[in-house]
Ligand binder design. Sequence first.
Ligand code: GDP
Length: 195
Amino acid sequence: MEVHNVDLTISAVRPDQYPKTDYPEVALVGRSNVGKSSLTNTLINRRNFAHTSSQPGKTQTLNFYNVEDQLYFVDVPGYGYAKVSKKERERFGQMIEQYLTKRDQLCGTILLVDGRHAPTDDDVSMCQWLTYYQIPTLVVATKMDKVKGNTWNRQESLIKKTLGLSTQTPLVLFSAVSKKGKETVWQWIEKQMGM
Ligand code: GDP
């Protein structure tokens, strides 16, 4: 998709605050610092539109980005913080769960993992959870410019194996620096949108 217009429509904490449109929505999930804002900015051709807001302890919201009045990217706050309280984590877990399992407009989820390392236990849990709820998922391995070219295959296998990916769940190796993988991610999104 050729993107020119994007705006942050709403930061929601409750379902009644979600947009009232029927545009398809693609959720982005991953640990904080994995590169979610950078992927979003790359997809919409902006340098600094989506900001890292993942300050531990800050109020966590679902951020809906309206893309060309055709689609929403829904930035789901990063999981796996050490510093938020248990209560806060539970409240926040419920909000995410409610959104991901009940939202009719959701057409797919992008799960981001750090391409430099093996996926963490949190990543594995999230992936299993998405599979259990049969939410169409694309895994994106970020920061691949930091991984030597001759180890890409090994890294790809490690990520697939650790997450236990089935053939239905594709994996894209991505870099916000080189933009590698950007077109493949867009192709997957457009397919989910039924384009
Ligand atoms: P978020 O917390 O998941 O939104 O993560 P950000 O997009 O803010 O990225 C966290 C850090 O990783 C920042 O310092 C980014 O510059 C860096 N980063 C993100 N993506 C890439 C990438 O593809 N390559 C490199 N080299 N750094 C990246």
